[in-house]
Ligand binder design. Structure first.
Ligand code: NAD
Length: 463
């Protein structure tokens, strides 16, 4: 897929603006039909999707099946099943004062929307946010990441077969083109990516007072209490941390573990990493690759920095730049000011902090930016409650990791540095809709009691 030019962006944008009213008028039945067709094409193209993502970063076809295709299909099904109900005007409770009125919430399409997505889940993320915006009745410019050319071509193929460009247009661009896109006036900008770029998006949106949703990232901690089934917890963490080669926004970034189980934890995680990826992890077909040299070098610099520090490796292996392969690693005793404890890791390196008092672990988390996700592994209800009450996060799963993102009735989003706004399911539908307050005076204007002249009215009301 070719990089878009500024002139092409302007032409597509103008077509979409001219087409906004027509798209806004589309019926829920028509939008549901589009979603059904999208689902059908995805099913037909499953193998093509798997092959394309494999070419982009060697992601296992089984992982693509679950984390990209299934995740997209579940979201489409949720919309197909519920869109009619979600889009229906909703009556709201009234009070005695408003007894003569009827109050409702109407869901209007926002209009022209821009969706910008990253490279790490290069099929699922564009599709799920696109589904919400189409379902809400908007035009969409979908700006994909430049780092995943193969899957971008498949997405473009799917979308351009289903939609006219004046309704949905797929684009690939780098900073220059995206900066131009951001200078245009959109009714809503939905961005998924890093907090640093999120700030650029928000500043650009402010110039046009465009509504904005930011799905960002950060350091998501996992608390592990001594009460857990250790082997099950370790297997759970290994999957959550190393799926997609650690390049997941809600992956556990670092672990906070009760010191009493330190020795058992280390023994178990060594055994389980070996059992998951074998003696030669690079030969494992389950491990994806780092997306590009830039990301590889960033991760390799963490390793270099750790080697020059007090850090001790619990699990380590060889890294290969020419194959963009970083071995799954577990490390402890790293200095708290080392880059790996400051930046979002976004790769297969797992730092461990042992705590003697839970309070110390809570303070470590409190000193950092608010995370996108936080995990609690404990059978002890008091422990779970204490962690929940003394922390904040976009979302939390207790005694499991990451699956809160696919729950059909829970919102997905961050807090401040990890994101602003909510996505997925009904929350995604609402994000891309304007929730309009509509009040009807059924029998007489209720404002009558406030009309001029004030004096006589006040006397009447008071008498
Ligand atoms: P990124 O912020 O570098 O890029 C995201 C998008 O922004 C891409 O389309 C890119 O082309 C564009 N972009 C980059 N620089 C830009 C600029 N200066 N101006 C305008 N646009 C620009 O992020 P990434 O490296 O692609 O993805 C990794 C980040 O995304 C991590 O922080 C991760 O946590 C986050 N993420 C969040 C979620 C979520 O749902 N919250 C999901 C996946 C990834």
């Amino acid at each position: 897929m070719q990089k878009i030019t500024v002139e092409e962006i302007d032409a597509i944008y103008a077509q979409q603006v001219a087409n906004t009213w027509q798209v806004k008028q589309t019926s829920i039945a028509q939008r549901t039909t589009w979603l059904g067709s999208l689902k059908q094409i995805i099913r037909i193209k499953e193998e093509e999707i798997k092959a394309a993502i494999y070419k982009d970063f060697r992601k296992s076809p089984i992982e693509t099946e679950t984390t990209e295709i299934l995740a997209s299909l579940l979201e489409i099904d949720l919309f197909i099943k519920n869109l009619k109900r979600w889009a229906k005007p909703k009556s709201v409770n009234s009070s005695l004062l408003f007894a003569s009125t009827k109050a409702k919430l109407h869901y209007e399409p926002k209009g022209n929307t821009l969706i910008i997505t990253p490279w790490n889940y290069p099929f699922q993320l564009p599709i799920v946010h696109l589904v919400a915006s189409i379902a809400a009745g908007n035009t969409v410019i979908l700006k994909l990441s430049e780092s995943t050319p193969h899957i971008n071509a498949v997405i473009n193929d799917i979308i351009s077969n289903l939609f006219e460009r004046k309704h949905v247009a797929v684009m690939v661009g780098e900073v220059e083109e995206t900066t131009h896109l951001l200078s245009l006036k959109f009714d809503h900008i939905h961005f998924t990516g890093s907090p640093n770029v999120g700030k650029i998006i928000m500043a650009a949106a402010a110039k046009n007072l465009s509504a904005v949703t930011l799905e960002l990232g950060g350091k998501s901690p996992a608390f592990i209490d001594k009460s857990v089934n250790l082997r099950e917890t370790v297997k759970n963490i290994i999957w959550a941390k190393f799926v997609n080669m650690g390049q997941t926004c809600i992956a556990p970034d670092y672990l906070l573990i009760d010191k009493n189980i330190a020795a058992d934890f280390e023994k178990t995680i060594r055994q389980e990493i070996l059992s998951a990826f074998g003696t030669s992890a690079i030969s494992s077909t389950d491990l994806a690759r780092i997306i590009n040299e830039k990301q590889y070098d960033r991760l390799a610099s963490y390793v270099e920095n750790l080697e020059a520090s007090s850090a001790e490796w619990i699990v380590k292996g060889e890294n290969y730049r020419d194959q963009l392969f970083i071995h799954p690693m577990v490390v402890k005793n790293m200095p708290m000011n080392s880059p790996i404890m400051q930046d979002e890791i976004f790769g297969p390196i797992l730092p461990i902090i042992y705590y003697e008092r839970l309070q110390d672990a809570l303070e470590i988390v409190a000193r950092k930016e608010k995370p996108l996700a936080l995990y609690i592994f404990s059978k002890d209800k008091q422990y779970q409650d204490r962690v929940l009450q003394h922390t904040t996060a976009g979302g939390t799963t207790i005694n499991d990791a990451m699956i809160h993102i696919i729950h059909p009735a829970l919102p997905f989003g961050g807090v401040n540095n990890s994101g602003i706004g909510q996505s997925l399911g009904i929350y995604g539908f609402k994000t891309f809709s304007h929730e309009r307050a509509v009040l009807e005076a059924k029998y007489f204007p209720m404002s009558k009691m406030f009309w001029y002249p004030y004096t006589s009215r006040t006397e009447q009301v008071l008498s």
